[in-house]
Design a protein around this ligand. Structure first.
Ligand code: TRP
Length: 338
């Protein structure tokens, strides 16, 4: 049974999807499709907030990401899948919300200063970048969403969205339900080097990586730092590679690898080959499906076109309520009096 509650989530169009995105978000999105009215979108305007100086790749990224999402199991018949910039109502609501959002709220968002520091090669002292969470709030409120499946890193953005929604409702009437975060149950996916898997660290495995690329990447994986020689015993619980067994291997294989590692019966090099095989069999069907999808860019564009049309139906309803609440619904007044 589909619950009438609305689920909404988005992903910045910054490149192909990696295993961290998959386990941190996409897998959850796929599972929610049978339970809620789901809206999922590619946030190309959010990519512009940091990549405005060279936007030439954003469009291509959006299509590649769409192929990744569909190959992972998002289904345009069960979810509304679209691109942010094809639903211009996001911009209108963003503008209106910006009127009631105190600057101090935005400056206090922890990711704001953090990102300015981390992306020091980019000039992020822009209005657009400060307003990132206002745009994100517009994304959510535009669909009057009840649940927002995201990773823990989005907690402060979600909190702000709730605050802006509350402030709007207190000025203009109860239009927006309070959006709740649905955090993904998956633990953080480690990267090849043991830090969180992230594009900016260059430690990712992509859904689109070829078997050879996966083999090569697994070869570079950090393992147990205390295990220097082949005959030393290993510690699966603190080994970066072993975290991948937890995600990709059967309970039997996990148990076998852990036992043999603790007794120095299996070496790190063998284990890297083993994990590469596990990851490759997981990725094989996804890879095949995305390659098939990318053969026809036109059908991908059709999917976005249709999805954006459906998204606009809900967005239009919301904006009608919002404009009326702000007493600037001229179109409606005109229609009534003629
Ligand atoms: N900020 C989110 C991220 O970096 C992406 C995003 C944009 C989003 N708009 C959203 C997520 C609305 C959830 C809801 O992952």
């Amino acid at each position: 049974m589909i619950n009438e509650n609305v689920v909404l989530s988005g992903m910045r169009a910054t490149g192909r999807i990696h295993l961290g995105n998959y386990f941190g978000a996409v897998k959850n999105w796929v599972e929610l499709q049978d339970r809620y009215r789901c809206f999922y979108f590619i946030a190309d305007w959010h990519a512009l907030t940091t990549d405005y100086a060279d936007p030439s790749r954003i469009g291509g990224h959006s299509l590649e990401m769409l192929a990744d999402l569909l190959a992972s199991g998002l289904d345009p018949d069960r979810s509304v899948i679209f691109v942010q910039s094809m639903v211009p109502e996001h911009a209108e609501l963003h503008l209106l919300l910006s009127m009631i959002t105190p600057l101090g709220w935005l400056e206090r968002v922890p990711t704001y200063k953090e990102q300015i520091r981390e992306l020091s090669n980019k000039d992020l002292s822009t209005h657009g970048f400060l307003g990132y969470p206002v745009l994100q709030t517009a994304d959510i409120l535009l669909y009057r969403a009840h649940f927002v499946p995201v990773g823990e890193d989005q907690a402060s953005h979600l909190e702000l969205s709730r605050e802006i929604g509350r402030r709007f409702n207190s000025y203009f009437g109860e239009i927006f339900p309070e959006p709740k975060a649905l955090f993904t149950p998956t633990p953080k996916v480690p990267g090849l080097d043991g830090r969180k898997m992230s594009k900016s660290y260059g430690n990712t495995i992509l859904l689109s990586d070829s078997p050879e690329e996966v083999d090569a990447k697994c070869n570079q994986m950090f393992t147990d730092p205390q295990r220097l020689r082949r005959k030393d015993v290993g510690h699966p619980e603190t080994c970066n590679l072993y975290q991948f067994h937890r995600l990709f291997s059967s309970p039997e294989l996990q148990e076998k690898v852990a036992r043999e590692c603790r007794r120095a019966q299996i070496g790190c090099v063998d284990d890297k080959r083993l994990i590469a095989d596990q990851i490759n069999s997981f990725l094989e069907p996804i890879r095949a499906k995305r390659q098939e999808l990318l053969k026809s860019r036109d059908s991908l564009l059709d999917i976005l076109y249709e999805g954006s049309g459906k998204a606009r139906e809900r967005a239009t309803e919301t904006m009608d309520l919002v404009r009326t609440a702000l007493s600037i619904n001229y179109r409606k007044v005109v229609e009534k009096t003629r």
